[in-house]
Design a protein around this ligand. Structure first.
Ligand code: SF4
Length: 377
C-alpha cells in the first residue's frame, strides 16, 4: 500500500496538479455565492477548466482540468468576482466551514467576517487546520473536519470547543473570535505543529488543554438529506461533482455551499432536476462515496465512479459503500460499512474499516456485481 500524503489543500493561488490538470479550489466567503459569483464560476470552469465543478467536504468549490497556461486568466476572473485572496498565506489561513443553516439575525455572518480578519494576522497554522462556525439554531457540523469549533449551546449561547474535547468554554459574540485565536495560538506554542502538519484532536491525545471544557454544546442534528427546507432547496451532487452548465442552472439564485456535497439553493421552492443532481432523499447514490480515481487522479489504480454508480442500488438503506481509487481514501477518510480500495490487481474488500486497512480479499473488477455486493453487506 503506498500513496502520497500532500498535507495541504489546494487553493486558487496555489493549485494542485492532478491527472486531469490543475485543481483550483475557491473558498467562497461565508461559504456563499451570489448569483454573479455562481454564474462567473460556471463560465470560468468552461473557459479555463474541463467544465467540471466539485464541491468539497470543507464546503469549497473546485475547478478541475485547468492548464498552467489558463491559470493566470482564471485568477483574473476570480479577482473580478471577489473570490480571490490577497496572498497564498491569506487563502491558506481562511479555512472556515459554516453551517449553511445560519439566519441573518443569529450572528454567524458577523462572526465569520471577524474570524477572517483575525486569521489574516493570526498564527501560522497547518494547511489542513480549520475552524467550524456551527452557530445556527443547532449544531450540524460535528462530523465535518475542523479543529476549533464554535457551536450553539442548548440555551442559545455559544460554546468554543477544541476538536477532540467533549465540551468547551462559554464565550459571547464579543469574545468568541479572540478566544478562538487564543486556542489556535496555544495549539502552535504547545507543539501541535510538526513539519508543517498537525490537527487538534491528535494533539489533545498527547497534551492537556488549558481551557475550560465544562460547557456542552446543544445536541447535534443528523446530517441533512436533500429536499425542501426553510431556507430553500438542498440539492445533492452525485459524488460531489457536476457540469458547469448544471451549476449555472442552480446559480440562478444565491448558493450556500455545504460540506455534505450538497448545495442550498436560497429561496428555491422546487428541487432542480438535471443529470448529476439528487433531490430524492432515498436515492441510493447517496449511500456511495467515490473519489476521482483513475485516470483523473495520478494515484488512482482503477476507475471508481462508474463502478460505484453500478453498485449503488445494492447498498442497503442506512449503510455506506466507499469506492476508493487507492488506499488513501480521499472521498471518505473515516470508516465505512464496506470499502472497495483499488490496487493494481483489482479492489480490496474491507468491512467496517478505512481504505488504508488490510483487505480481507482482493476482487477483480469483473467480480464486483450488485449480487456479490449485497451478500458482502
Ligand atoms: S483516494 Fe482517490 S483521489 Fe485520493 S489519491 Fe487515491 S485515487 Fe486519488
Amino acid at each position: 500500500m503506498s500513496f502520497k500524503v500532500q498535507g495541504w489543500c489546494p487553493g486558487a493561488l496555489k493549485p494542485m496538479q492532478s491527472g486531469d490538470g490543475l485543481v483550483v479550489r475557491i473558498r467562497p466567503r461565508l461559504a456563499r455565492l451570489s448569483v454573479e459569483q455562481g454564474q462567473g464560476i460556471a463560465q470560468a470552469a468552461l473557459r479555463h477548466g474541463n467544465g467540471l465543478i466539485e464541491v468539497t467536504a470543507r464546503a469549497n468549490v473546485q475547478l478541475r482540468g485547468v492548464t498552467g497556461q489558463n491559470h493566470a486568466a482564471l485568477l483574473a476572473d476570480l479577482d473580478r468576482l471577489g473570490l480571490l485572496d490577497a496572498s497564498e498565506a491569506e487563502e491558506r489561513h481562511r479555512n472556515v466551514v459554516f453551517t449553511p443553516f445560519w439566519a441573518p439575525q443569529d450572528g454567524t455572518t458577523a462572526l465569520g467576517q471577524a474570524l477572517y480578519a483575525a486569521l489574516a494576522s493570526g498564527p501560522d497554522l497547518p494547511g489542513k487546520f480549520g475552524f467550524a462556525l456551527d452557530t445556527g439554531a443547532s449544531p450540524v457540523l460535528s462530523a465535518t473536519s475542523a479543529d476549533i469549533r464554535l457551536e450553539r449551546a442548548p440555551d442559545g449561547g455559544l460554546v468554543l470547543r477544541a476538536d477532540g474535547a467533549a465540551g468547551g468554554q462559554r464565550v459571547t459574540a464579543e469574545t468568541a473570535v479572540a478566544q478562538a485565536l487564543r486556542m489556535a495560538e496555544w495549539f502552535v506554542s504547545s507543539g501541535g505543529v510538526s513539519g508543517g502538519r498537525g490537527r487538534m484532536a491528535a494533539h489533545l491525545s498527547r497534551v492537556s488543554l488549558p481551557f475550560a471544557t465544562d460547557a456542552t454544546p446543544a445536541p447535534a442534528l443528523p446530517q441533512p438529506r436533500p429536499g425542501l427546507i426553510e431556507q430553500g432547496a438542498l440539492v445533492a451532487l452525485e459524488f460531489g461533482i457536476l457540469r458547469a452548465e448544471t451549476f449555472a442552472e442552480l446559480a440562478e439564485r444565491p448558493l450556500r455551499i455545504t460540506p455534505w456535497r450538497m448545495v442550498l439553493v436560497e429561496g428555491a421552492t422546487a428541487i432542480a432536476r438535471a443529470p448529476g443532481l439528487i433531490g430524492d432523499p432515498d436515492d441510493p447514490r447517496l449511500r456511495v462515496r467515490a473519489c476521482t480515481g483513475a485516470p483523473g487522479c495520478p494515484q488512482g489504480q482503477q476507475k471508481t465512479r462508474a463502478l460505484a454508480r453500478s453498485l449503488a442500488a445494492a447498498v442497503p438503506e442506512g449503510r455506506v459503500l466507499h469506492v476508493s481509487g487507492c488506499a488513501k481514501g480521499c472521498a471518505h477518510p473515516g470508516r465505512a460499512d464496506l470499502t472497495l480500495a483499488a490496487g493494481a490487481k483489482g479492489f480490496g474488500l474491507i468491512r467496517q474499516g478505512r481504505a488504508m486497512d488490510l483487505p480481507e480479499r482482493i476482487l477483480r473488477v469483473t467480480d464486483l456485481t450488485p449480487e456479490l455486493l449485497s451478500k458482502a453487506f
